[in-house]
Design a binder for this molecule. Structure first.
Ligand code: NAI
Ligand SMILES: C[N+](C)(C)CC(=O)CC(=O)[O-]
Length: 496
């Protein structure tokens, strides 16, 4: 996999800050130039949000966070970077000046991406000495959670640059889409701009308030879009005859007066004030940071749901997350790492995600099984039972689980799990997991599990191979010296 080694971010506002967090959390060192006097505070706050979100998003081992440094010149920020991301305000003259400065100071092989929402790359690269390495890398806010990047080349951008840019997004959990022809606002902002323009008319004409308009989106097609987009949603809306019937039925409406898209609303003071006031009322006193936190929690929940969709294979952005986690496990769940077997193995570190919380306000039952299952999976990787092993036709299956609930895990709480091997033979693994509140060290739950080594093609238990048993036995020998944990061997209804 082709990776970014060192990144530079020129501009550290809403979008630059999001890029910085995305790079750092993928383990990449980042140098930042932004003349704003409070840029360190602003970036710090975005990073704190991103770290909270990632802790809820995934239990996979993130690499050690990259190093963050602020510089006083563009030159110092970009000199040794191999990916430079420009995210300065949306003004062609400003962006051109900044990009020319980056171009003059960057390594010749560095890739230069612009976050522009709609300016043409041909315009941006006009005065560059090495225009072939400039491309648009248009992300979506918040960059650390939303994976899409529109990659757009200009007339002078080389095909090699486009390919290199697309490849380098994969290891940071992003999805590049190459837009075939450059066009103002690319694809995403073309669509958003059309909706935005129509929305402004609806407010201007007092058809609805900003809150009603947002409700129309978020209680209906907004929910559909996150998982199927537009065309696939409309295919289904055509009934059994699909898209062709949909086009036949709703095609004529396009010629009816259903939109005002060709006219641009005049954003005069009165309209700005009207929208501003309605937006303040809608926010109901919540700060931008608070709204960001709610947005991030919801996005994490949606991504996790999509990860489990399509029979567990993952769907859309959830499939991307699943694939990203597989690479994190492959990189970070290093089975060769020597482990201290004089105590239970500490295997999963995570935070209680919004999607895990039930009507009682704490982690719901099946999520305990998920965390304990993840703990068993982490142990399996340590003994060499990884995805390649499973694909080759063998695995361990869980045949019994007993969970005890001893405490509560609340939204956002940091938790971790440990695993002790109680017994092991050539087919069986008897495990005792414990889940802790990371801050207080209190035990929240325990689980005892029995796993059987299986030939998954034949569907029957078989002896595990010697290379797996060597690793199992090394851990089991250490754990045999530990006391049997309190709660091991319990069953429902047993007297204390
Ligand atoms: N805000 C959004 O939703 C999205 C914005 N974008 C694009 O990202 C870019 C940045 O937009 P935002 O982050 O929203 O703006 P912003 O106003 O939040 O941040 C811009 C930052 O650039 C800094 N800056 C100004 N002049 C500079 C210079 N000469 N060198 C380095 N830094 C400089 C400012 O101090 C500020 O921190 C724009 O091109 C925008 O179109 C792309 C996707 C979404
Ligand atoms: C409003 N905007 C044009 C800056 C929006 C974007 O570019 C993408 C987004 O995140 O919505």
């Amino acid at each position: 996999m082709t990776r970014i080694n060192r990144a530079a971010c020129v501009g550290g506002g809403v979008i630059g800050g999001g890029w910085i967090a995305r790079f750092l959390l993928a383990g990449i060192d980042v140098k930042v130039f932004d003349p704003h006097p409070e840029s360190q505070r602003i970036v710090g706050e975005v990073l704190a949000n991103a770290e909270k979100a990632y802790a809820m998003l995934t239990g996979a081992p993130l690499p050690p966070r990259g190093k963050l440094a602020f510089t006083t010149t563009i030159e110092a920020a970009v000199a040794d970077a191999d990916w430079i991301q420009e995210s300065v305000p949306e003004r062609l003259d400003l962006k051109r000046g900044v990009l020319n400065q980056i171009d003059a100071a960057a390594r010749p092989d560095a890739l230069i991406g612009s976050s522009t929402s709609g300016l043409l790359p041909t315009e941006l690269q006009r005065d560059m000495r090495h225009p072939e390495r400039l491309f648009v890398a248009h992300p979506y806010n918040p960059v650390y959670l939303l994976p899409l990047v529109e990659i757009v080349g200009g007339e002078k951008t080389s095909a090699a640059t486009i390919k290199a840019a697309m490849d380098r997004l994969v290891p940071i959990g992003m999805k590049g889409v190459h837009i075939a022809k450059e066009i103002e606002a690319f694809v995403g902002d073309r669509l958003l701009e059309a909706l935005w323009r129509e929305a402004l008319w609806l407010i201007h004409d007092d058809i609805c308030t900003v809150e009603t308009l947002d409700d129309v989106i978020r209680y209906s097609f907004g929910l559909r879009w996150a998982q199927m987009g537009l065309f696939q949603t409309y295919r289904i809306a055509g009934g059994e005859a699909g898209m062709r019937h949909f086009l036949a039925q709703f095609g004529p409406c396009l010629a009816w007066p259903w939109t005002k898209l060709t006219d641009v609303v005049d954003l005069d003071d009165a309209l700005v004030e009207k929208i501003g006031q309605q937006s303040d009322e809608q926010a109901d006193g919540r700060s931008i940071r608070e709204l960001e936190r709610i947005r991030d929690e919801n996005l994490v929940g949606i991504l996790q749901t999509l990860k489990g969709s399509d029979g567990g294979k993952g769907w859309g952005a959830g499939k991307l997350l699943k694939d990203f986690e597989a690479t994190l496990w492959a990189d970070g769940g290093n089975p060769e790492t020597p482990r201290d077997t004089s105590q239970p193995l500490r295997l999963i570190e995570t935070k209680v995600s919004p999607a895990w919380v039930d009507y009682n306000g704490h982690m719901t039952e099946h999520r305990y099984l998920q965390v304990f299952g993840d703990t068993s999976d982490a142990l399996l990787r340590l003994i060499g039972v990884d995805l390649a092993y499973v694909e080759a036709g063998h695995s361990y299956y869980t045949v019994e689980t007993h969970i005890r609930h001893l405490g509560e895990a609340k939204l956002g709480q940091a938790i971790h799990s440990t695993c002790q091997i109680l017994s092991a033979d050539e087919k069986r693994l008897q495990l005792f997991h414990a889940l802790y509140d990371t801050e207080t060290g209190e035990t929240i739950a325990t689980a005892e599990q029995m796993l059987l080594h299986v030939d998954s093609k034949q569907g029957k238990a078989v002896t595990a191979p010697a290379e797996v048993l060597v690793k199992v036995n090394a851990i089991a020998a250490g754990h045999a010296k530990l006391a049997i944990p309190e709660g091991a061997g319990r069953h429902v209804g047993q007297k204390r």
